[in-house]
Write a protein of this length. Structure first.
Length: 257
């Protein structure tokens, strides 16, 4: 058993606290940006405007993630305290909300430059596992999104929460949604799936949703929501919807002439 007593604050500059979660966002986006520019983008026209796209992307991630969390996971609370939606430093971000934000931002940017939005979304899909990996590691350090009670040898006790031995579900997600998903998409990249924009995006949605659905069986659901239809969590239900969307997108793009 491992005892998790990490401090969510990485370091402090005077009265300013720099948290691991903030660093995870910075590192994940920075590495993803470098990966796209140095390894993925071959078209010089896309390369010239990619830095501008990153600005849209960051705004989409933050706004979508925060609004998605308020709508999906804690709507009643934020209806009573709407000003707190702006307080992102208090925690509470939805991956699926952030994903919707990325889609909207990509659509706006693509319309502005008259470029197929799936060119950008495929680049995001290929690099997103990098950010997901660091984000889940930060969740583990923060003792949040922790797992259900267990007696497995690798159980973790999150002392900031309670004295119960739990699944380190954040590390399961870091491994599956970060490392494994990165290599799966890299495999399809080598098979030239970028030739038809949208296929990689569809594969990302399929595999991310499958991994997320499975890990949710080990992750404790949000207490204000609990278990829903068929004893599934909200994360599993949303993942099922995105899996269907991903499958439809993949087959539509695959069969495009």
């Amino acid at each position: 058993m491992f005892t998790n007593n990490f401090d969510p604050v990485a370091f402090q500059i005077f009265s300013l606290e720099i948290r691991w979660y903030s660093l995870a966002y910075i590192v994940g986006i920075s590495l993803g940006w470098l990966y796209c520019k140095k390894k993925l983008i071959k078209n010089p026209n896309i390369l010239d405007i990619f830095d501008d796209y990153i600005t849209y992307l960051i705004i989409g991630i933050i706004l979508g993630g925060r609004i998605g969390y308020a709508l999906f996971y804690n709507l009643e609370y934020y209806l009573e305290h709407p000003i707190e939606i702006l307080m992102v430093w208090n925690g509470g971000m939805s991956f699926h909300g952030g994903l919707i934000g990325v889609i909207v931002a990509s659509k706006l940017f693509s319309n502005k430059h008259k470029i197929n939005q799936f060119i950008f979304l495929d680049l995001v899909a290929l690099s997103a596992p990098i950010g997901i990996f660091f984000g889940r590691i930060a969740n583990f350090i923060n003792s949040e999104l922790y797992g259900r009670e267990t007696d497995v040898p690798w159980a973790v006790q999150f002392v900031l929460i309670d004295n119960i031995n739990r699944h380190p579900s954040q590390l399961y997600e870091a491994f599956l949604e970060g490392i494994i998903l990165f290599f799966i998409l890299s495999y399809f990249l080598k098979k030239n799936y970028l030739k038809k924009p949208g296929q990689i995006s569809g594969l990302f949605l399929i595999f991310y949703s499958l991994f997320r659905f499975c890990v949710e069986f080990f992750r404790l659901p949000d207490p204000q929501i609990g278990y829903l239809i068929l004893n599934l969590t909200l994360g599993q239900l949303i993942s099922a919807i995105f899996l269907i969307i991903g499958a439809l997108l993949f087959f539509i793009k695959k069969n495009e002439i």
